[in-house]
Write a protein that binds this ligand. Structure first.
Ligand code: 13P
Ligand code: SF4
Length: 307
């Protein structure tokens, strides 16, 4: 059954000249039919290289918006219209504009997990894999980092020379992991390095052997000589790693690390999106030229500084 749908998807995407982009948190069966897989940064830059008519994003809404901004003349679809991001939905530009007015000399750095509308009032974007490098390259030492205070705290720790102002925001799923859970996992698996996403709280990151993006965590585990690992990000990554490296053992840092938004997209959604590309039944990302022009400035800056 799964194989049949996958075959149909592969046939349809060729017929319709569509490219499937899938974030690493997606299910194995979706990753198998994707043309590109990876973390937020990898997906946003990879999209630029395709000469296709449409992109189908299997991930969350802000990721599809980013692809649309970078390829404004192509049609971009989100495989499941309900796939938002709890962090991106937390802050809007009405909240940030007055803070910018009070802090006019700060460069506003936005984590890519933000809406396009909020990006219009930000200076530079970063992803979890580029945040430290990009903030280091920003000439201004005074930064306002939004919305994730955990990623911001991680950057701040690496760059003590910078004056980084943080707001209270972040990923409710990663931020729910406690220091006690991390200590317990380490006690239970004393030989396993702890690999965590920087969206986790500082006290969890402090206990980690490696802190990095979803791709960073996967690359670390795959290239390491160690035989077991505790994975501190969405539990899909534990499952993918276990599949890719059957000779190693992977343990979830917390059973609560499940992102419902990333889980909502099914293989059937991808199939239905392909069927609906030309009859208005698929969920297309629509953005005005004005919005794209304004929001893209900080994405272009990210690519310039991070590439
Ligand atoms: P990555 O950029 O590491 O893929 O992170 C995206 C994300 O939403 C993690 O929760
Ligand atoms: Fe957003 Fe958190 Fe889900 Fe990542 S894990 S998509 S930050 S809600």
């Amino acid at each position: 059954m799964i194989k049949d749908i996958q075959e149909q998807i592969i046939k349809l995407k060729k017929e319709k000249n569509a490219v499937i982009l899938a974030h690493s948190y997606q299910s194995h069966e979706i990753l198998e039919v994707a043309d590109e897989t990876g973390d937020s940064y990898a997906l946003s830059v990879a999209a630029k290289k395709y000469d296709c008519d449409s992109f189908i994003m299997c991930g969350v809404h802000f990721m599809a918006e980013t692809v649309k901004m970078l390829s404004p003349h192509k049609r971009v679809f989100l495989a499941n219209s309900q796939a938002g991001c709890a962090m991106a939905d937390q802050m809007d530009k009405e909240l940030i504009i007055p803070i910018k007015e009070r802090e006019p000399d700060r460069t506003v750095v936005a984590y890519i997990n933000t809406t396009a509308d909020l990006k219009t009032v930000c200076d530079v974007c970063v992803t979890s894999s580029t945040a430290v490098e990009i903030c280091k390259k920003i000439k201004n030492n005074k930064i306002l980092f939004i919305p994730d205070c955990n990623l911001g705290a991680f950057v701040k720790k690496q760059l003590p020379e910078k004056d980084i102002m943080l707001l209270k925001g972040g990923c409710p799923i990663h931020a729910a992991v406690t220091r006690e859970e991390a200590e317990q996992a380490k006690k239970l698996h004393p030989n396993a390095p702890l690999l965590v996403h920087p969206e986790c709280r500082p006290e969890v990151c402090e206990l980690a052997d490696y802190v990095g993006s979803t791709s960073g965590i996967m690359n670390y585990a795959k290239s390491s000589d160690e035989k077991e690992f505790i994975i501190g990000t969405e539990i899909s990554i534990t499952q993918h790693l276990q599949f890719d490296c059957p000779e190693k053992d992977f343990y979830d840092l917390s059973k609560g690390l499940i992102c419902p938004n990333m889980r909502i997209t099914t293989l059937t959604d991808v199939y239905k999106t392909l069927l609906g590309l030309d009859n208005g039944k698929a969920f297309e990302i629509k953005m005005s030229d004005e919005l794209i022009k304004k929001a893209r400035v900080c994405i272009d800056e990210m690519i310039k500084l991070g590439g």
